[in-house]
Design a binder for this molecule. Structure first.
Ligand SMILES: [Zn+2]
Length: 250
């Protein structure tokens, strides 16, 4: 029995499979799908220019259960996000998100709401000339942790259950919980990450926002530290190391 599926998809990763074919990994509302695009490397292939990482496409593929890898039969370009591609920082941020998905998602887990969120996030990033692109990455990482079932518990101190008033606060990547400045007695043996008041406020504000907006407060100086600890939180809970190539461009 063979079934035909037609679905929107984001191109997450591609690699050469044979002389003329590619394997493409797509993030779709059905989850992560890995397909062979036969002849995609030939000069006259209709797949040329369509199966590029970051493109949103409409893909058609056949599912035959006896086959390990399914075959992509059609792909139409829906959006190539030209203004993301024209900006190195936006590109790095978008590719970092796709790399995270490729590393952490397994085939067969469907995320329809998260797919819709990500496409919108890319559409907004594409048009946004004001918001620092890295805020999009942080928003994505916060939302993705939530989607996978280990949301950051930032709003209240996990010890006194109050909204933190004293800073710095201390975040534990393993539990996702925060401890306020009054309750904390971090020692070297506990894996706390220190968050200054500005960093803490920015992250809680981002977590509450449906999408990033330029109204968030000033960016903290140590941007890579925040990216690092959000990735560490995800890596801790999935047991998958997250060294993202795309972050080298930031
Ligand atoms: Zn407290």
């Amino acid at each position: 029995m063979s079934q035909v599926i037609k679905s929107p998809a984001l191109v997450v990763h591609t690699r050469r499979w044979s002389e003329s074919s590619k394997i493409v990994e797509l993030f779709t509302p059905h989850g992560l799908v890995r397909l062979i695009a036969k002849g995609a490397l030939r000069a006259k292939s209709p797949f040329r220019g369509v199966l590029e990482v970051l493109n949103e496409i409409e893909a058609v593929w056949h599912v035959r259960e006896t086959r390990g890898l399914q075959i992509l039969t059609q792909a139409t370009l829906l959006n190539s996000f030209q203004d993301i591609r024209g900006d190195l920082e936006k590109t790095a941020v978008a590719f970092a998100m796709l790399e995270t998905l490729q590393k952490l998602l397994r085939s067969g887990e469907a995320f329809p709401a998260f797919y819709a969120y990500l496409v919108q996030l890319f559409e907004k990033l594409n048009k946004d000339a004001q918001t620092p692109p890295v805020l999009y990455l942080w928003h994505f990482l916060i939302r993705f942790s939530d989607e996978l079932g280990f949301a950051l518990q930032l709003e209240r101190c996990s010890v006194c259950h109050q909204v933190p008033q004293e800073f710095p606060v201390w975040f534990r990547p393993d539990t996702g919980a925060v401890v306020c400045g009054k309750c904390a007695s971090p020692t070297e043996s506990t894996p706390y990450v220190e968050l200054a008041a500005s960093e803490y406020r920015l992250l809680t504000q981002l977590q509450r926002m449906e999408y990033p907006a330029p109204s968030v407060p000033e960016l903290p100086h140590q941007m890579h530290r925040i990216t690092g600890f959000l990735l560490k939180h995800l890596a801790h809970h999935t047991d998958i190391p997250l060294e993202l190539n795309a972050l080298k461009w930031l």
